[in-house]
Design a protein around this ligand. Structure first.
Ligand code: A3P
Length: 351
């Protein structure tokens, strides 16, 4: 996995406790593991490319009572510290974004670690992670924190991750699509196996304060009003009644704010219809793609090269169909069945 482009591609993934991670994270592992969570922390948890930025913006809009200006106070990477993030030691000059006057970036040294940012943040804190359950700093469990998990179907996640690794100079070059297909299904990507990650969080969701959401469900409710409603999106076998996909439970008409309302209630907030409507609008893919605080346009090209693939790429459900061959799809489905056997999750990948 060692590659040799000018800056990031020298970086190799390293293994810690059976999980592949960026080397800088592994170097700071004990500090990350000793991170002290607080009882009123809310942790946003995702496997990479599952809509983390999207749910962060939704959560922040809820937290700020729908005040767009307040959500513009900083780039999204700084609003919710990424607890396992550390500056790659191989890079001599690291700037997560260009200096600007509107963003709180200037108050952080450019190479501040995620845990350092979190430590100086006033409570109640909203933090984020891609870590699987078994590698989360134990204090999160000890303090019975709230966790907001977003899962996205594996095929779309793989496609999104592939394009992300093409443009992200801090991750190994993904190689060809065929090569990446193997890498992904074998869990040889940063943050490991999609299957283990999603299963791990799903299996404990009733034991802790975990709100488990699906990208596909949020997509359904956040699409622009001009789009036709999606139908038959998913079938949640064994899923708790109150969380069942309303496409199945309530074929029509849809409540467009269903998932956002769940997040709001989970956060203990009570916002009116007008504010919820505004949140739906402001967190649409189109809006977030144009928003410099969410679209990563402030990150230098030497780190995220958006001329290769934009960070806000397509934001759709089912883009895997434009990438998977028939043979890859059949193979994937078989592997998926084996790996997910025994779980009650049924992702809607057939769209
Ligand atoms: P695609 O690459 O499929 O377009 P993450 O934030 O976890 O890295 O996830 C990135 C993925 O979420 C990208 O998927 C991105 O386009 C998508 N995304 C971000 N904001 C979105 C939004 N408002 N609506 C739908 N998808 C969004």
């Amino acid at each position: 996995m060692a590659l040799t482009t000018e800056l990031g591609r020298q970086l190799q993934l390293r293994e810690v406790e059976g999980l592949l991670l960026q080397a800088a994270t592994v170097d700071n592992w004990s500090e990350i593991q000793n991170f002290e969570a607080k009882p009123d922390d809310l942790l946003i948890c995702t496997y990479p490319k599952s809509g983390t930025t999207w749910i962060q913006e939704i959560v922040d809009m809820i937290e700020q009572n729908g005040d767009v200006e307040k959500c513009q106070r900083a780039i999204i990477q700084h609003r919710h510290p990424f607890i396992e993030w550390a500056r790659p030691s191989q890079t001599s000059a690291w700037n997560i974004c260009s200096p600007c006057n509107t963003c709180i970036t200037r108050t952080f040294p450019p190479d501040f670690k995620g845990v350092e940012k979190a430590n100086i943040m006033p409570s109640p804190r909203i933090l984020r992670t891609h870590l699987p359950t078994q590698l989360l700093p134990p204090s999160f469990w000890e303090n019975n924190c709230k966790f907001l998990y977003v899962a996205r179907n594996a095929k779309d996640c793989m496609v999104s991750y592939y394009h992300f690794q093409r443009m992200n100079q801090m991750l190994p070059d993904p190689g060809t699509w065929e090569e990446y297909f193997e890498t992904f299904i074998n869990g040889k990507v940063a943050w490991g196996s999609w299957y283990d990650h999603v299963k791990g969080w799903w299996e404990i969701k009733d034991r802790y304060q975990i709100l488990f959401l699906f990208y596909e469900d949020i997509k359904r409710v956040s699409k622009s009003p001009s789009e036709e409603p999606l139908s038959g999106l998913c079938f949640w076998e064994g899923y708790p009644e109150e969380f069942k996909c309303s496409n199945v439970m309530l074929p029509s008409p849809q409540d467009p704010k269903h998932e956002i309302q769940k997040v709001m209630q989970f956060m203990g907030k009570n916002l009116g219809e007008t504010v919820l409507h505004k949140i739906v609008q402001e967190t649409s893919f189109e809006k977030m793609k144009e928003n410099p605080m969410t679209n990563r346009s402030t990150v230098p090209k030497s780190i995220l090269d958006q001329s290769i693939s934009p960070f806000m790429r397509k934001g759709t459900v089912g883009d895997w169909k434009n990438h998977f061959t028939v043979a890859q799809n059949e193979r994937f489905d078989e592997i998926y069945r084996q790996k997910m056997e025994g779980t009650s999750i049924n992702f809607c990948m057939e769209l």
